[in-house]
Design a protein around this ligand. Structure first.
Ligand code: HEM
Length: 184
């Protein structure tokens, strides 16, 4: 069994052309579905020991582009972590709008090929923190992500960020998904 548990299938360099983002655009004053290209790198490290806890992780970066634009319109940097004793997966990342997310799941089998991560604003365990402007105008109240390692050198994610936005009475579902194919 790999020291990286269910994260083993994510190690490597990846690209996907079939991304789809659903977000509210201030420029267009409308909810837009935006196709995107993505490049992800996941570099393994470990162990990291906290007392009796032993974590194995992936150092990750991802970036997304619309068509042929020069600069990505969304990026993330962070770490994925696996605690085999607890079956706990963590994905800690920063969105450069000024948001940090520590999404997690516990009790996951070491050979799981699909798992769900969640984070909530205000949770002391799997939480979300955001800047003052976003807290008032476009607050990330909950984040959920389903990861599936497909077994053919691809993996997929489907994620939803619930945003409490000044423009909408009800929380707005900002969603993203893609399938990534190994490039190295
Ligand atoms: C694949 C991942 C993601 C992509 C491609 C993406 C893309 C976008 C886009 C295109 C917008 C609309 C900006 C505009 O035109 O006004 C947006 C807004 C936003 N996104 Fe994401 N996003 C992603 C993930 C996330 C995540 C994980 C979070 C938070 C946990 C997040 C939080 C926000 C917030 C708070 C806004 C609203 C900003 C505003 O009020 O203008 N996004 N995102």
């Amino acid at each position: 069994m790999s020291a990286w548990g269910p994260l083993e299938g994510l190690i490597g360099e990846w690209a996907g052309e079939g991304g789809l983002d659903r977000a509210y655009s201030h420029a267009k004053n409308a909810v837009l579905d935006t196709p995107y290209l993505e490049k992800v790198t996941m570099k393994p490290f470990g162990p990291v020991d906290n007392g009796s806890q032993s974590l194995y992780g992936l150092d990750y970066k991802t970036a997304m582009w619309r068509d042929d634009e020069e600069n990505p319109f969304h990026t993330e940097v962070g770490y994925w972590l696996w605690d085999a004793a607890a079956g706990e997966i963590l994905r800690g990342f920063v969105v450069p709008r000024g948001i940090t997310v520590l999404a997690g799941a516990i009790g996951v089998a070491p050979d799981a090929t699909t798992f769900d991560l969640t984070a909530e604003l205000g949770s002391p365990r799997y939480g979300i923190s955001e800047n003052a402007y976003l807290g008032a105008n476009a607050s990330s109240v909950a984040y959920t992500s389903t990861i599936t390692v497909n077994g053919d050198d691809t993996w997929s994610y489907s994620e939803v960020t619930m945003l409490k936005m000044a423009e909408f009475g009800e929380p707005f579902s900002h969603s993203d998904g893609n399938t990534l194919t190994r490039t190295a």
